[in-house]
Ligand binder design. Structure first.
Ligand code: HEM
Length: 148
């Protein structure tokens, strides 16, 4: 159940990430961006990533896969599937969450200044890149389904 929700919330995270990143980029170019739309996109990204972080931490603690890895971490590090879900996926997505929060804080403070939105855009783009890198896409060796 938790894993299914985590797999679905991934799409909210990606939608929020793309919208917030594109809008920060447009604002950084001095284009007029609807303020309510911009605020909603930033909030969607913030809330979905924070929900995903809590779900992820819970999965990490109770997933049979990660539990089995934690029984013998040295051996798990030699198994690409166990290493991915126990270490790589959580570490990259913790970093992505930090970058998203930096982007959110910068976008909030930007108040219409293009230069400030540029910094928010860079933080958001970094978080989006980390998320794309850390998702177990079906074409990867550690791949999972796109939809539960
Ligand atoms: C933006 C953040 C995140 C995204 C987009 C994301 C996405 C995903 C996706 C798509 C899956 C596969 C779901 C499935 O098999 O249907 C997954 C599995 C998993 N995620 Fe995340 N995740 C995120 C953050 C985290 C964090 C921060 C942690 C841990 C602290 C975490 C821990 C896990 C674990 C342990 C699994 C596999 C559990 C199992 O198969 O038993 N995730 N994640």
């Amino acid at each position: 159940m938790g894993l299914m929700v985590h797999g679905l919330v991934r799409w909210l995270v990606l939608g929020g990430a793309v919208a917030a990143t594109v809008l920060a980029w447009q604002a950084s170019r001095g284009r007029a961006v609807s303020a309510p739309l911009h605020k909603r996109a930033n909030l969607l990204y913030l809330i979905s990533v924070d929900v995903q972080l809590v779900l992820g931490l819970w999965l990490w603690l109770q997933s049979p896969l990660v539990k089995s890895a934690r029984l013998d971490m040295a051996a798990a590090m030699h198994d690409p599937q166990l290493r991915f879900f126990t270490v790589e996926h959580p570490a990259l997505l913790l970093l992505a969450t930090v970058a998203m929060h930096v982007g959110f804080a910068l976008a909030k403070r930007a108040q219409g200044q293009a230069a400030a939105y540029r910094k928010a855009f860079l933080a958001y783009a970094a978080s989006l890149a980390l998320i794309l890198l850390a998702i177990p896409w079906p074409f990867r060796a550690v791949g999972r389904a796109l939809w539960p």
